[in-house]
Write a protein that binds this ligand. Structure first.
Ligand code: ASP
Length: 326
């Protein structure tokens, strides 16, 4: 019997890192082929094709390069792959997963994974994560779930996952909803059925920029007041608590919201913005009156990606349809 086709690509990150010069720290040097050589059992599960699309720390990935990765992944599905796996750094994994999920228009799964420990460290988690990711990409139950992140034996939906620990092996979680599934004794077990997805067109332009500012105690408003002058096309504010800012920011936000979309998310790391609870100056009710939109459960970083995509395909007027979801 023919084994299913699986396409794997590597972009860099800790999973691809090794020591080149003793004492100089690990850097991305390991190719996709070498990564696959660490999981020989995959050969019994699939016909695997592999490409090294990049060797970057994930902080240096950008939207344009991810759109090229998306085109590559689309082609793999066209050529008959039942699923696609991409390895990358974990620092921006939640953002790349979100971007790709909004654009992934296939029933076949796209699975992202990485590692918290490089191959140079004892207990490196890269091979286990990669094998798990491949199992998820091959599983029939993974269809119609869009982009998922597989790390440390857990499967997370792209829209919910966040890196919530900087160095721990258990670095990823999905606040409020939890992981969507697990890997147990080599099998893929989902806890919930697939949900409705919001797919956006690929942006026609990529040169626009969305600013992200975080509210903080006793902050000045210098950056905020210069957002329009600096030429930004949208603004996301990581607000206090349920989506609040200080009173002294409100007039600037109102002026900005007349020109470009403004989204207020919560900086809390978990939970939603409110809609109709607080009425003080700078509260969610006040900010909505001034023309801002509340992000709901969408975290500030993901709200910025959503807004970038919507502006890029001239759909910013539909913003309200995409917010509040988890
Ligand atoms: N610490 C990161 C990682 O886990 C580095 C990166 O994101 O490239 O891969």
């Amino acid at each position: 019997m023919d084994l299913p086709k699986l396409a794997v690509a590597s972009l860099g990150g800790t999973v691809s890192m090794q020591v080149k010069t003793v004492g100089a720290g690990v850097i991305p040097t390991v190719s996709g082929e070498t990564l696959l050589a660490s999981i020989p059992e995959l050969k019994t599960l699939a016909q695997v094709s592999v490409e090294t699309l990049g060797l970057l720390p994930s902080a240096s990935l950008n939207f344009e390069s991810l759109l090229s990765v998306l085109s590559w992944a689309n082609l793999q599905i066209q050529y008959g792959a039942v699923g696609v796996v991409i390895t990358q750094g974990t620092d921006t994994l939640e953002e790349t997963a979100t971007l790709l999920d909004y654009l992934w228009d296939h029933d076949a799964p796209l699975v992202l994974t990485g590692a918290m420990r490089s191959a140079a460290q004892a207990g490196a988690d890269g091979p286990a994560n990669l094998l798990d990711a491949c199992r998820v990409a091959l599983a029939p139950d993974s269809r119609r779930r869009g982009v998922q992140v597989v790390m440390n034996g857990q499967i997370h939906a792209a829209h919910a996952v966040r890196k919530t620990d900087s160095m721990a092996l258990q670095a990823f979680s999905s606040p409020v909803v939890g992981p969507v599934g697990h890997l147990l004794e080599d099998s893929v077990r989902y806890l919930r059925p697939p949900t409705q997805r919001n797919i956006l067109p690929v942006p026609q332009q990529t040169t626009h920029a969305i600013a992200l500012l975080e509210a903080s105690l006793s902050a000045d408003s210098l950056l905020l007041e210069n957002i329009l002058k600096l030429g930004y096309d949208g603004l996301v504010i990581a607000g206090f608590g349920a989506g609040h800012v200080c009173a002294s920011w409100t007039e600037a936000i109102e002026a900005i919201a007349q020109k470009i979309p403004v989204v207020i998310a919560t900086r809390c790391g978990s939970g939603s913005t409110a809609r109709s609870t607080y009425g003080f100056k700078g509260s969610e009710m006040d900010l909505v009156r001034r023309g801002a939109s509340m992000a709901g459960f969408i975290c500030p970083r993901k709200a910025r990606i959503l807004l970038w995509l919507l502006v890029g395909c001239q759909k910013q007027d539909d913003l309200g349809r995409y917010l509040h979801n988890l």
